[in-house]
Design a binder for this molecule. Sequence first.
Ligand code: KMH
Ligand code: ZN
Length: 444
Amino acid sequence: MGAAMIGTKVALRMRMSANDAHYAGDLVDGARMLALFGDLATELLIRLDGDEGLFRAYERVEFVAPVFAGDFIEATAELLTIGRTSRQIRFEAFKVITSARERSADTPPSAADVLPEPLLVARAIGTCVVPSALQRKPRELYMPGLPAGPAPSPGAIVTPVDSASDREDVILTAAIVGAELTRAETPHLPLTPEEVAREAARCRDAGAAVIHLHVRTNAGANTQSAERFANVIEAIRARCDCIIQTSTGGAVGMSIEERAGPLACRPEMATLNCGTINFGDDVFVNTRQDIRKMAKAIALAGALPELECYEVGHVEEALSLEREGLIAAPLAFQFVLGVRGAIPAREDTLFFLRSLVPRGATWGVAAMGRAQQPLTELAMRLGGHARVGLEDNIYMSRGVLAEGSAPLVARAAAYARALGREPADPERARKMLGVAPRDAAGAR
Ligand code: KMH
Ligand code: ZN
């Protein structure tokens, strides 16, 4: 639950007084900025843990511009990461008002100016610690009125979302089956067409617009058989109207021809894996020739390709497919973060990947394991979309299995709403993605 607070910002504004001026010329010493940062860190820790915590270390401190008595300083702290007991925080202090008394001999000593732009005066990254025994749970105890879901804390500023996509609906994808998961790991993995369809419908009710679909035999073996996909798709269609996105990734070791099997069902969407990666201890092979073959097969099936990018270079590969005319704008990117052997699920990697997305494209995050909640929530704060579900993560919280993918979708939907973004229904998602609507029978 705490991870939902990553990206939370708190702020304070303070006038520097004559008491703060330590050096000649009314200069305020840098330690004063650090005292502000300390207070901000304390507020963040109280909001997160219900405890003031301890400041352990600064990794970086920079004093960028001088501060004088009479200046108004606005300082912010943003929660970057949460460890078991450690919390990493980014601090910034800006001067927003400054004394004007030095301006000329006849300027009155009480004259002051609002700066046209806030001026950065200091910044730092610091780490605080709250010992496990002092972390108070549940948060409602010390954050009264906070909804049970991961809403931003009252009074806290949440990282601003991109203005272009501000308030745009969130497309939630549910990855409900996967290829790597077994019943031994979770009894909630659906296998039969009926089980998969029931789970798809639950996810739709919880806020999902897209079902990312792998299929299995009743015994749990992976298959890309068009017949099995057709059976499962028919069962899903009988229960809900989600966009069905068939996997063309299948399972590691399958040939590219085998992986293309579900395209015979003419799905509305299909994944297009944009490069080879180490996939845990296996290799998930997507040669440049394979990618092009699959892109053509997806186009022939009339499906919208979702561009699965597991590494930075995969984004460029997708863009070259567009240049070659194999896929067309608007592109739909999915950043798959945290596969062992590929790009890690971290705030900075997501920021970088997002910077590569061309204007007009959509993007989302599918993050593995424990990173699923914090990284999909960050994606939603940044204006992106999110994929959750058992394929990528089987836990609701440490040691607590999710009872299917629907609870994970419901949690993501609650978070989206708390940000002021509605989970798109399938029809809205079709419009946003540019997926051609299907008729009642599922044909297109
Ligand atoms: N099972 C992975 C090897 C996709 O669905 O397109 C590939 C995968 C990607 O799941
Ligand atoms: Zn998949």
